[in-house]
Design a protein around this ligand. Structure first.
Ligand code: PLP
Ligand code: COI
Length: 329
């Protein structure tokens, strides 16, 4: 299977915003866009995006998971980046139309069609370093995918990093700049301690990794950081917390310090996992801090596996969609 996100359908759907409002969405080739070299996005990073998935059920029908939440989050990211306001009804329809057009290319489980709505500031104005782009482009790319992490759901090694992933008021925005600022520590962690990901913990506060949220399972309790502006409000995180509550687990959304985390993972039976659209729910086997490896619990991932299965069962159509998370295409 090709690396995650490297294969695209030949077409995408696009709409442009200018003083006349949004253009009627059109299906165009997905391998190029026409952009002025002075476009706002290329200089001042006015870009945000979403990641959601469409799944093929056993009868061949296609369902998109939690589309409304992703559409709402793109709307929110656009607002926080002062990009033009996204027409949510239009975006919803763009997603449905392009996925429908490529329904035959949606892989069967465990694969899926990864959907990448993207919103960029296109106004050609390099003087606007401190002013918004009044023109933009919104497009929806599709990429048939398998596992995000190369080892499937092999337990990950995470390096605890003292610095923040991004500016603390911007973490909740799914913007390109946040990924750019996290890249160097991630590359360094791979090269120096063979880590798969970095867990950003500024001032000893356990936040998230570069591409997923962090969850700790201790007995019947799930502990994860309470929502604030400093990190991405993952939709998978919310789904897993909901499924955990359904099973009678105690959900604690609160501050988790590095000290508490390292103490708790040394108990047998503790588990940790990363949640995200691409990551799904992937177990964490090792935390690396101050040059020392901390094995998480006794190496079991029963709770992680059970919750991932419960999520997949809904996505793949083998369990009832009790929370109304699926939209039929
Ligand atoms: N945090 C970051 C930085 C991410 O890139 C992602 C992936 O989208 C997540 C968290 C998880 O968000 P979601 O579950 O909505 O995909
Ligand atoms: C997602 O999970 O949708 C993301 O955006 C993460 C990305 C690295 C693929």
């Amino acid at each position: 299977m090709a690396a995650f996100g490297t294969v695209f359908t030949p077409e995408m759907i696009i709409s442009r915003f200018n003083s006349n409002g949004w253009s009627t969405p059109e299906v165009v080739a997905s391998n190029s866009i026409n952009l002025h070299p002075g476009a706002h996005v290329l200089h001042y990073a006015s870009t945000c995006f979403e990641g959601l998935k469409a799944f093929k059920h056993a009868d061949g029908s296609i369902y998109i998971f939690r589309m409304e939440q992703n559409v709402a989050r793109l709307q929110q990211s656009s607002a926080l980046l002062t990009l033009p306001k996204v027409d949510t009804a239009m975006l919803r329809q763009m997603i449905l139309d392009i996925v429908k057009r490529y329904a035959v290319d949606v892989p069967t489980p465990p694969g899926s069609m990864y959907i990448r709505p993207t919103h960029i500031g296109t106004e050609a104005s390099i003087g606007k370093a401190a002013a918004p782009s009044l023109e933009s482009m919104l497009y929806v790319l599709l990429s048939p995918v398998g596992d995000y992490f190369a080892g499937g759901s092999k337990a990950l090694r995470l390096l605890l990093e003292d610095n923040a992933r991004c500016a603390s008021h911007m973490g909740m925005v799914k913007s390109g700049g946040n990924y750019a600022s996290a890249l160097q520590p991630i590359i360094k962690a791979r090269a120096t301690v063979n880590a798969d990901q970095v867990l950003f913990c500024p001032n000893g506060d356990v936040q998230e990794t570069g591409a997923a949220n962090f969850l700790l399972f201790d007995g019947n309790e799930i502990i994860t950081k309470a929502l604030d502006s400093s990190f991405l409000h993952g939709i998978t995180r919310d789904s897993i917390l909901t499924l955990a509550r359904d099973r009678g687990m105690k959900v604690s959304e609160r501050e988790l310090t590095v000290d508490e985390l390292l103490e708790r993972v040394q108990k047998p039976g503790t588990e940790a996992a990363l949640s995200g659209t691409a990551a799904v729910l992937t177990p964490v086997g090792t935390l690396i801090h101050n040059g020392k490896d901390y094995a998480v619990g006794s190496g079991t991932s029963d709770t992680t596996n059970a919750l991932r299965q419960a999520l997949n069962d809904i996505q793949w159509g083998s369990a009832e969609d009790k929370h109304g998370w699926l939209t039929k295409v």
